[in-house]
Design a protein around this ligand. Sequence first.
Ligand code: CS2
Ligand code: MG
Length: 408
Amino acid sequence: MNIATAAVIVTSPDRNFVTLKLTTDDGLVGWGDATLNGRELSVASYLTDHVVPLLIGRDAHRIEDTWQFLYRSAYWRRGPVTMAAIAAVDVALWDLKAKSAGMPLYQLLGGASRNGLMAYGHASGRDQEELFDSIRLRLDQGFRSIRVQTSIPGIDAVYGVRAPAGQESEQHYEPAQRIARPMEEDWDTRAYLRHIPTVFEAVRNEFGPELPLLHDVHHRLTPIQAARLGKDLEPYDLFWMEDCTPAENQDALRLVRQHTTTPLAIGEVFNTIWDYQTLIKDQLIDYVRSAVTHTGGITAMRKLLDYAAQYQIKSGIHGPTDISPVGMAAGLHLDLAIHNFGIQEYMQHGDVTNEVFRQSFTFENGYLHPGNEVGLGVELDEEAAARHPYQPAYLPYNRLKDGTVHDW
Ligand code: CS2
Ligand code: MG
């Protein structure tokens, strides 16, 4: 089973996606996701210009060897562009191996460790009424765990809050805008720290103690501010507080940890096991937030999650709309197979994306399942993809009131 052709497909159904297509000399097709939100074309170029020529003629069965070859032969290590490109190759090779074995991918990873994958949905609102409606909508859709984000009085535009009705597809919020420059948002840490505990108090009063609630701080706090927020949220029993600091400084989490028992989830912007070395070894987090797409594929994520398992740290794989259905399916197969599964984010793609990527994963009664088709169970329809050419898009960025750029 040698690789005969490799092609990169960039398409923009509801948003931009970068997909790698590998074909083998015996006619199988494997898919990998290489989408890096707002920097899509750099990964497309990395693959097309530097990786595709190296793949032709390689034995598609040699997944570990291909991973090590791409990682080490580049000389320049890690980084989101490199690791997304390697991830795309790795996932496409796993798709091929599972197809050649005639099995769904999770069977090759050791088989199912559970019946379904608890998923959390996104709820948000500009005020309490809108937030409660949004939570009810997710509950009606079957979600049994909910991420809660709200507007903050005194801040004009806040991460994670969907736009007013009519400006976007009815339930979804999509942070990347199809515009030529990043949109500017504003931030005020004191206003945020004052407001968020009152929101969780109101949500608990309305929806009771059982419902698992999550919150994404999106890298905006210093360690001592994060410690305070974790402490203030303890009465509301969060499932996790996510990305409370920009955690490049892994040691910063020690301070947060000393002060709060609110569980911590980190890592959607990380891309290797080394980014987690201190966080895991010193047990500074509870959930690993990496995406298969951004962390070197199934091969690397499996090692990362096995390492985390030694410390009772669980998975919380990143599942925003900027992971394509191919990347989403890769995460679901891994989730089903590993023992230390925690929860899976499920933001739900729009209809146009679902026309381009035919999927077999299911969502029922709050649980996702990767399905039982051979391979990943996702096939890209190239004709449909061609109808949606790439459109430049950027994530927003933040400024404080005095004009200083702040973490977004
Ligand atoms: C996020 C993402 O899903 C999440 O938790 O933080 O929405 C994130 O902002 C995007 O993936 C950025 O591309
Ligand atoms: Mg996040």
